[in-house]
Design a protein around this ligand. Sequence first.
Ligand SMILES: NC(=O)c1ccc[n+]([C@@H]2O[C@H](COP(=O)([O-])OP(=O)(O)OC[C@H]3O[C@@H](n4cnc5c(N)ncnc54)[C@H](OP(=O)(O)O)[C@@H]3O)[C@@H](O)[C@H]2O)c1
Length: 237
Amino acid sequence: MELRGASALVTGAGRGIGRAIALGLGRAGVGVTAVARTASEIESVAREITSAGGRAVAFAGDVRDPRVCAGAVARAREAHGRLQVLVNNAGVGAHAPVAETSDEEWARILDTNLTAVFRLTRAALPQLTDGGGHVFMISSLAGVNPIAGMAAYDASKAGLDHFAHCLMLEVRHQGVKVTTIAPGSVDTAFGGSRSGETSWMLRGEDVAATLLDLLRARDEAHLSRVEMRPSRPARRT
Ligand SMILES: NC(=O)c1ccc[n+]([C@@H]2O[C@H](COP(=O)([O-])OP(=O)(O)OC[C@H]3O[C@@H](n4cnc5c(N)ncnc54)[C@H](OP(=O)(O)O)[C@@H]3O)[C@@H](O)[C@H]2O)c1
């Protein structure tokens, strides 16, 4: 894809992996629409992109709200033209055994990690199929490697992986690629701040660099799933 002049929407762009992706896209000349609930964080990302000569707008909202999904997709078109890249990155996790997981906690995780992705993608498809595009799902290795005490999160990411696969089969003949990026541990504040040594972990910038490489692939080449691991994970004692 020709990146300069393209239009991209990144959810969860205020911190961590999404922030690195938004900044990477901005540097590559893509017009970025940054979405998250914390307005100050996405405004800071948008400012960083525009002050370096790029194009970016912030759209504050909770992706669990269907009006936010529709509004963000419309705002992306208004700001930067037809949406070509959708990065479904916003996500939340929690540690709790099934027996102690409330309906509210289950809904918070599934609504953010899966239902919002469905709604955003459905809202974006008319723009993506009208000339081609690329949808990215930032999933997790937890979608294929279950962890005790993380059933809601793991189920949301396993569901996301299958959703992405179905979508890929549906839209590939309309010029839309769908890629799942499934990282292992990334050094972000996900699920609370990290304790101990973190230098062995992946960084948000690693995920961003991979996503940009995938966008630059030939139109005829489609990498539909990428798993990323720290090369030397910390040994569990
Ligand atoms: N870090 C890891 O080790 C790791 C590993 C594998 C996969 N992942 C996946 O990578 C993605 C990003 O994780 P991260 O580590 O960068 O997390 P993070 O640092 O906690 O950032 C999450 C981002 O998502 C936004 N967000 C969360 N809920 C939202 C909602 N309801 N509406 C709008 N925005 C929302 C947050 O902003 P607000 O709170 O301001 O809304 C924030 O900008 C997630 O899908 C996660 O599952 C992370």
